[in-house]
Design a protein around this ligand. Structure first.
Ligand code: ADP
Length: 394
């Protein structure tokens, strides 16, 4: 019996994802998405108790979209009046230097999220819209902002500061903020609990369409691959990850590309998509299986980048106890897991192929007993993590 729930909201520029979570059992009681807000025709999908309700109707703005969601809850369940909602948790991508943990939303917190828009231009304005309408429609419960950057807010200065001119960097708040922090924190804490140790040197690989890696020592993040924005680091579905910034000058001068064009190229038309034509790893594997040499080479580029990061972070921490895979690729792609772990054999990492099926939906140790590093596949659950973080303030 559910005694309390948290409604988790992830508001994007043209979408609102939501989930009603029981923070104690971890169960998801309902979830859904409002899409194409502002388009001539929008879509709402609401899932509850095995049924899926789909609506196609214009959703002029976020306020209308959320009001429709609340109506769907009343019409198809679960009734929010009986759900004992104790908080609404809002995912916020950019918390800058202000937030090292969740924050109870008041006008001051809203003002700070707004102030951080230049550092999160794609996300923070959309979160603010979601927060505004949710605070109006669900005015009798506390609202909490949970920041993607919070886990990395205390990164050691040597990891967070770029070798950029100090005055300019400080004036324009240019430093490494990281992202996916909610997932890295959730997974690294879960591994500590699973292994019964809080003195661990861990690397967490969050490999989804967006991808990042973090190094965590005794529960504290000491490195992460995403930087000022989620462009830095690993090769991703559509993003370059690390690239010499002089490529920007070169493309501007030689190819005559504008800053917006280069932004689009680096963030959307690169990574696996730009290398193979496909951003989804399943499609990349199909190409490889069909004998596509470029796709094989692209997979090796992807794995090479991962290998470099794991090596670098092991060096930064002076060792490695636990390596963990999570998110879409981390949880579902044995080829990537095996390809990386083969390259990491020098660290004493040994995988038992029998323990590693293609898709893993439960936390699973895939390393052998005598592996020098415990390798785990741990499904991330950002909604549950947001719900639990929100509760810490209630
Ligand atoms: P994001 O949240 O960043 O959009 P996800 O964590 O949902 O990303 O991961 C999406 C990616 O996971 C897909 O692009 C795909 O490459 C990969 N993926 C999902 N399922 C599988 C699978 N069964 N096998 C291989 N890759 C998968």
């Amino acid at each position: 019996m559910t005694t309390r729930t948290v409604l988790v909201i992830n508001s994007g520029s043209s979408s609102i994802k939501y989930q009603l979570v029981d923070p104690d059992s971890g169960d998801s009681l309902a979830s859904g998405i409002v899409e194409r807000i502002g388009d001539s025709i929008g879509a709402i999908t609401h899932k509850h108790a095995g049924q899926k309700i789909e609506l196609d109707e214009p959703v002029p703005d976020h306020g209308y979209g959320l009001a429709e969601v609340l109506r769907l809850f009343e019409e198809h369940g679960p009734s929010l009046a009986d759900a004992h909602i104790v908080a609404v948790g809002h995912r916020v991508v950019q918390g800058g230097r202000y937030f090292s943990g969740p924050a109870l939303i008041d006008d001051e917190v809203v003002a700070k999220i707004d102030e951080l828009v230049p550092l999160g231009p794609l996300h923070n304005p959309a979160h603010l819209k979601g927060i505004e309408v949710a605070r109006k429609l669900l005015s009798d419960v506390p609202h909490v902002a949970v920041f993607d950057t919070a886990f990395f807010q205390d990164l050691p200065e040597e990891a967070a500061r770029y070798g950029l001119n100090r005055e300019i960097a400080d004036k324009y708040s240019i430093r490494r903020y990281g992202a996916h922090g909610t997932s890295h924190q959730f997974v690294s804490q879960a591994i500590s609990e699973r292994l019964g140790r809080d003195d661990l040197k861990q690397i967490v690989l969050h490999l989804g369409n967006g991808a990042s890696v973090s190094a965590v020592v005794n529960g504290k993040a000491v490195e992460t691959s995403m930087g000022l924005t989620p462009l830095e680091g690993l090769i991703m579905g559509g993003r370059t990850g690390d690239i010499d910034p002089a490529a920007v000058f070169h493309l501007a001068r030689v190819a005559g590309m504008s800053i917006d064009e280069i932004d689009h190229l680096f963030n959307r038309e690169s990574g696996m998509k730009g290398l193979t034509g496909e951003s989804d790893m399943r499609e990349v594997w199909k190409l490889i299986d069909a004998g596509d040499k470029q796709a094989r080479e692209s997979m090796d580029i992807y794995l090479h980048r991962l290998t470099k990061y794991v090596g670098a972070y092991t060096a930064v921490m002076g060792g490695l106890d636990a390596l963990t895979f999570t998110a879409g690729i981390g949880e579902n792609d044995k080829g990537v897991r095996e390809g990386l772990c083969e390259r990491l054999a020098y660290l004493g990492i040994k995988i038992d192929p029998d323990k590693d099926p293609m898709r893993i939906s439960e936390p699973t140790t895939i390393s052998t007993e005598d592996s020098a590093v415990v390798v785990t596949v741990y499904p991330t659950n950002e909604e549950l993590a947001i719900a639990r973080q929100a509760l810490t303030l209630i």
